[in-house]
Structure formats: C-alpha cells, structure tokens
Design a protein around this ligand. Structure first.
Ligand code: FMN
Length: 221
C-alpha cells in the first residue's frame, strides 16, 4: 500500500471479530508508530497492549463503571464542550453515525446501548493505552497524538482495524486494576485494536472532513 492507500483505508472501526491480535502484530505496529516525531526526540509515549482475558476484564470493568455512573476520573481533563465550528462537526458525526446504525434520535435505549459499546471497545480483542510522564507540558500529549495516529496508520497497513477511544481512558483506575500502568504516567488515550468485523454496519460508516478552504489559509502561495 502506498501512503494514500494507507490513509484512505484507516477509519474508526466500531465492530471487531473475535480473531486475536498477535504479539508480533503489536510489535510491528508499535515499531512503525515509534517513528513519529517528538519534541527534541523526547519520545514521551509509553504503550501498553492488553489482550486475552485481561482485555475482556478491562472491558467488563469499564462497562460496569459506566453503567453504575461511577465518577469519571481521567488522568487528562476531557472536553465538556466545543466552540461553534467544532461543536457543529461533533453533532454531525453523532447524527450521521446513528443514521448508518439505524438509531433514531428518540430511541434512548439504542443510543445508550451504543454508548455502552464504546466502553466495551466494540468487542476489540486487544486494547492499547498510550501514556506520557506526569507533569509535562501539552507538547508531550501532542507527541503522544502523533504516535497514536501512527499506531492507527500502521495497523491499517497490516489490514487491522482501530478506533481511538476516550471511553477507554475515562476510568483509568479500572484499567490499572488489571494492567498495572504506573501511577506517575498520565493515560492519554486508549485504542481498540483488532480485525474488523465485515458484517458490522458501523464499519460501513465514513466520517467527512470540513472543506479544505475552511481549514487552510495560505499566504503568498
Ligand atoms: C482523542 C480521540 C478520542 C476519541 N474517542 C472516541 C470515542 O470515545 N468513541 C468513538 O466511537 N470514537 C472516538 N474517537 C474517534 C473519532 O470519533 C473519529 O476519529 C472521528 O469521528 C473521525 O473519524 P475516522 O476516525 O473514521 O476518520 C476518538 C478520536 C480521538 C482522536
């Protein structure tokens, strides 16, 4: 695959088969993602990959925490709202994804079932957690973002599916109870990794991007 093909084949995968991800695949993906640039080559990221019964146990705990409305204590503050343009795109994502999933606006049960599914990582057999050392500037998180995108692109190049999931980082204590990620690291984000389920309607969904002219300003070009 050339770069265009890899970029085009990556999309958020929200339905996985049971086929496990191998340690070799995770190592390949991690090595490719680690080519990401970072401030002064500080490479602030650490990657924790959890499979098998431990991944199932994390998914179970996160769903339970969500359903029992336990207070969310993410290591990194999560957004509560967005400015106008961002907010419009956020709402459009929800509307268009639910349309593909056949979830009506007023169908509260199906909407909440979908939300629960986020915490179950859409059935992914492998969960990735990206951390940075505590007490760093926003640039460490910036670097972790570049690394995380690299994970997703590398997975796509191997035919694997990913979805970056804030849901996986909302109850870090539940993750740490199963996979002891050091307390002196901030869990930036989780990523669900696995083989896409070709039957899952959610996997037919493709998000759209704002027009280039709304995003790009050029000077003297
Ligand atoms: C920081 C971050 C958090 C995300 N959290 C979630 C999430 O909790 N649930 C979800 O379904 N998608 C989540 N996503 C995926 C985005 O919705 C998705 O990347 C966006 O809609 C663009 O679609 P695409 O990835 O298919 O190109 C997250 C993405 C990022 C970068």
């Amino acid at each position: 695959m050339d770069y265009q093909q890899v970029v085009d084949s990556r999309h958020s995968c929200r339905g996985f088969s049971d086929q496990p991800v191998t340690r070799h695949e995770v190592e390949q993906i991690a090595a490719l993602a680690a080519k990401a640039p970072s401030w002064g080559n500080t490479q602030p990221w650490k990657l924790y990959a959890v499979g098998g019964d431990k991944a199932k146990e994390i998914r179970r705990r996160l769903v339970e925490a969500m359903i029992s409305e336990r207070p969310q204590e993410p290591d990194i503050t999560m957004p509560m709202g967005f400015e106008e343009g961002m907010s419009a795109r956020y709402k459009d994502l929800g509307r268009s994804l639910f349309k593909v999933l056949g979830i009506a606006r007023e169908d509260a049960d199906k909407r909440s079932a979908h939300y629960v599914n986020n915490f179950s990582a859409f059935g992914a057999p492998c969960l990735l957690f990206v951390t940075v050392p505590k007490g760093q500037t926003s640039y460490a998180v910036f670097d972790a973002g570049a690394f995380t995108h690299g994970l997703c692109l590398a997975a796509a190049s191997l035919g694997l599916g990913t979805v970056i999931l804030a849901a996986l980082a909302r109850f870090p204590e539940e993750v740490r109870a199963v996979a002891p990620i050091p307390e002196d690291e901030d869990m930036v984000i989780g990523v669900a990794l696995g083989h896409p389920d070709p039957q899952a309607p959610a996997n037919t969904f493709r998000s759209v991007r704002q027009p280039l002219e709304e995003m790009l300003t050029t000077f003297d070009l």
